[in-house]
Design a protein around this ligand. Structure first.
Ligand SMILES: Nc1ncnc2c1ncn2[C@@H]1O[C@H](COP(=O)(O)OP(=O)(O)O)[C@@H](O)[C@H]1O
Ligand SMILES: CC(=O)N[C@@H](CCC(=O)OP(=O)(O)O)C(=O)O
Length: 294
C-alpha cells in the first residue's frame, strides 16, 4: 500500500526518468472539461509534466461547448459516425468556439498553474493541412456503400510539426485546436481524436493519452477493458458495442500505434489527476490499445 508522499514519489521516479525529454500527446476531450476543480487539476498535471522535463502537447476538443453555442444560435447539429455535419454556418461557430473560447481557456488555466502554454489552431504555421472527408455508410453488405457528404469535415492530409518542435524546445506547451486548413485556404472541422493521433504520429510520441468522460472502452455490461487489441476493437465496432465518439478514439489510437507511437491509452478525465495516474503509477488507469492481435 502506497501511503506516504515518499512512497508515491519513489513509485513515480522510474517513469519520470523514462519520459524525460520525450513527447506525450494528450487529447483533452470537451466532455472532460466539466468542473473547475477538474480543469485546475488537468492544468496542474500538464504544467508539472513540463517542469520535470517531459514535452506535453495538448490537442483539445470542445464538442459540448460547440453544441451550447449552436443551440443559442438556433442551429441544429447532427452526427454521422461520430463526425459533426458541418455546413458553412456551423463551421464559423466551430472555429470561433475551438480556436477562441476553448483554446484560450485551456491556455490561460495552464499558465495560471505555472506553465507557458501557447495556443495554436491548425492554420498557424500550416500545422494541420486538411482535405474534405468522405464518409462511407454500408447498411447492407450486398449493396455498395452509400457516400455521405459531411460538409466541411476534414481529414488530415499533412501535419507540419516544426512549430511544435520550436515551441517545445523553448519551454512552451503547445495547445492545439482541431481546425485545419485546405489547399485553397478553406477551413475544416476535424475531430480532435483524429488530430491528436496524427500529431502524435508526426512527433513520434512516446504516449498518446485520450482523456474522455468514461473509464475507457467498456463492454455491454459496463466492464472496463484494461487492454484491447485490434481484432477485438474491430469486432466491437462492427457489433455496435463501440459507437459514437468512441469510434474515432479507437480507430485513431490504432492508426497511431501502427505509425510508431509507443503506447495509446483512453482514460477518464473525471478522475482527479488522471494524466499523472496514467503516466506515473505501476497500475495505470483506463484502456490500453494494442495494434495487431497481441
Ligand atoms: N464501448 C464503449 N465504451 C465506452 N464509451 C463508449 C463506448 N461506445 C460508445 N461510447 C461513448 O463514447 C463517449 C466518448 O466519446 P465523446 O463523447 O466523443 O467524448 P470526448 O468529448 O471526450 O471526445 C462515451 O461517453 C460513451 O457515451
Ligand atoms: C468533425 C467533428 O466532429 N469535429 C468535432 C471537433 C471537436 C471535438 O472533436 O471535440 P470532442 O473531442 O470534445 O468530441 C466537433 O465538431 O464536435
Amino acid at each position: 500500500m502506497k501511503n506516504t508522499v515518499a512512497d508515491i514519489l519513489i513509485e513515480a521516479l522510474p517513469y519520470i526518468r523514462k519520459f524525460s525529454g520525450k513527447t506525450v500527446v494528450i487529447k483533452y476531450g470537451g466532455h472532460a472539461m466539466v468542473d473547475e476543480d477538474l480543469k485546475t487539476n488537468f492544468s496542474k498535471d500538464i504544467s508539472l509534466l513540463k517542469t520535470i522535463g517531459i514535452n506535453p502537447v495538448v490537442v483539445h476538443g470542445g464538442g459540448p461547448q460547440i453544441n451550447e453555442v449552436l443551440k443559442i444560435m438556433g442551429i441544429t447539429s447532427t452526427f454521422i459516425k461520430g463526425m459533426r455535419y458541418t455546413d458553412d454556418a456551423t463551421m464559423d461557430v466551430v472555429e470561433m468556439v475551438l480556436g477562441g473560447k476553448v483554446n484560450k481557456d485551456v491556455v490561460s488555466r495552464i499558465n495560471l498553474e505555472g506553465g507557458r502554454a501557447v495556443g495554436l489552431s491548425g492554420k498557424d504555421a500550416g500545422l494541420i493541412l486538411a482535405e474534405k472527408m468522405t464518409i462511407y455508410h454500408q447498411e447492407d453488405e450486398s449493396k455498395p456503400p452509400e457516400i455521405i457528404d459531411p460538409g466541411m469535415v476534414g481529414d488530415v492530409s499533412r501535419i507540419n510539426p516544426e512549430i511544435i518542435h520550436t515551441l517545445s524546445a523553448q519551454g512552451f506547451i503547445p495547445i492545439i485546436a482541431p481546425v485545419g486548413v485546405g489547399s485553397k485556404g478553406e477551413t475544416y472541422n476535424i475531430n480532435a481524436d483524429v488530430v491528436a493521433a496524427r500529431i502524435a504520429s508526426a512527433l513520434n510520441a512516446e504516449r498518446l493519452i485520450l482523456v474522455t468522460d468514461v473509464d475507457g472502452v467498456l463492454d455491454s455490461d459496463k466492464a472496463l477493458f484494461s487492454s484491447l487489441n485490434e481484432p477485438q476493437a474491430r469486432e466491437m465496432i462492427r457489433d455496435n458495442r463501440i459507437s459514437g465518439g468512441m469510434i474515432p478514439k479507437v480507430e485513431c489510437g490504432l492508426s497511431a500505434l501502427n505509425a510508431g507511437v509507443k503506447k495509446v491509452h483512453i482514460i477518464n478525465g473525471k478522475i482527479a489527476h488522471a494524466v499523472l495516474l496514467e503516466l506515473f503509477t505501476d497500475s495505470g488507469i483506463g484502456t490500453q490499445l494494442f495494434a495487431g492481435d497481441i
